[in-house]
Design a protein around this ligand. Structure first.
Ligand code: CP
Ligand code: NVA
Length: 308
């Protein structure tokens, strides 16, 4: 069976934990090496990852490329505008062709149905580099980051503030798999897809929705936010106004635990979802979080290719 990574539950709790442990070990083992050199075992020597981008990216694009270099392999990029996919070649045919030429496919697309179609026709692993529905690779990096900063995940309290979006969906999924709790502060009309919370609750996580940002932040171990306007969404004044009470301010951070960690997948819109004093403050882990995209995704690639 080809291993696809469209959502965290495709891997399951044990594999997610194994990937996180592998990422910690690999990161430690290559400490101090130039970033573009391969790990000593170069486990993906001779392997190539095809990356398809139908939306902008900095971190996902660079981190997957660096991940492949560090694993001894290489990557190539197709973008929506210049590949035949952009002229109407079907996702299914693209999947069939790339499977003959490359060893794995990473795709960032606006429509989760496309990645499901890609996975249905690909005979090599398909990895989700963000869709409108979820962003599982981001959450692998987030988990790695808070673990590195001393958090024991089971029973930990996460506070999400802002839009009920793709990144939040993957956090909720992780909560179900790794047994932590998520309080969600979100204005009416912008709630996350309830299917994610239902599944996580079935797995034993506590997922709670609130309109009160202070209630959400109080006592949290981790405070997380993301842009209020995701790629492909209209920049509506009405939405920005509804989100304003959920802005992560210093006062809100002060309600969280003194050792609370602040996460943001980036890019940030300073002065909207977060203020400078928080994102640049001592409890912000955003730069470690960004770097950890490389380390977490190396382990995702190894798992997808059956090497973990
Ligand atoms: N966080 C993240 O996925 O960043 P990019 O959009 O730059 O890839
Ligand atoms: N929610 C954001 C994440 C960007 C990495 C978006 O989809 O644009």
């Amino acid at each position: 069976m080809t291993r696809h990574f469209l959502n965290l539950s495709d891997a399951g709790a044990d594999a997610v934990s194994a990937m996180l442990n592998d990422a910690i070990d690999r990161k430690a083992a290559r400490m101090g090496k130039p970033k573009g050199t391969a790990d000593a075992d170069a486990p993906l020597a001779g392997h190539t990852l095809a990356m398809i981008f139908e939306k902008n990216s900095t971190r996902t694009r660079v981190s997957f490329d660096m991940a492949m270099r560090q694993l001894g392999g290489s990557s190539l990029i197709l973008d929506g505008g210049t590949s035949q996919l952009g002229r109407g070649e079907t996702v299914a045919d693209t999947a069939r062709v790339l499977s003959r030429m490359c060893d794995a496919i990473m795709i960032r697309t606006d429509d989760h149905a496309k990645i499901e179609e890609m996975a249905a026709y690909a005979t090599v692993p398909v990895i989700n580099g963000l869709t409108d529905l979820s962003h599982p690779c981001q959450i692998m990096a987030d988990l790695l980051t808070v673990i590195e900063h001393g958090l024991a995940l089971p029973g930990s309290q996460w506070a999400w503030l802002g839009d009920g979006n793709n990144v939040l969906h993957s956090i909720i999924e992780a909560a179900g798999l790794l047994k932590f709790d998520v309080r969600i502060g979100v204005p009416e009309g912008y709630e996350p897809d309830p299917r994610f919370a239902a599944e996580a609750q079935q797995r034993g996580a506590r997922i709670a929705l609130s309109r009160d940002a202070t209630e959400v932040a109080r006592g949290a171990d981790v405070v997380v936010t993301d842009t209020w306007i995701s790629m492909g969404q209209a920049h509506a004044q009405e939405k920005l106004a509804a989100m304003m009470p959920y802005q992560v301010t210093q006062a809100l951070m002060d309600l969280a635990r003194p050792d609370a960690r602040f996460l943001h997948c980036l890019p940030a819109h300073r002065g909207e979802e977060v203020v400078d004093a928080v994102i640049d403050g001592p409890r912000s882990l955003v730069w470690d979080e960004a770097e950890n995209r490389i380390h977490a995704q190396k382990s995702v690639l190894l798992w997808a290719l059956g090497l973990l």
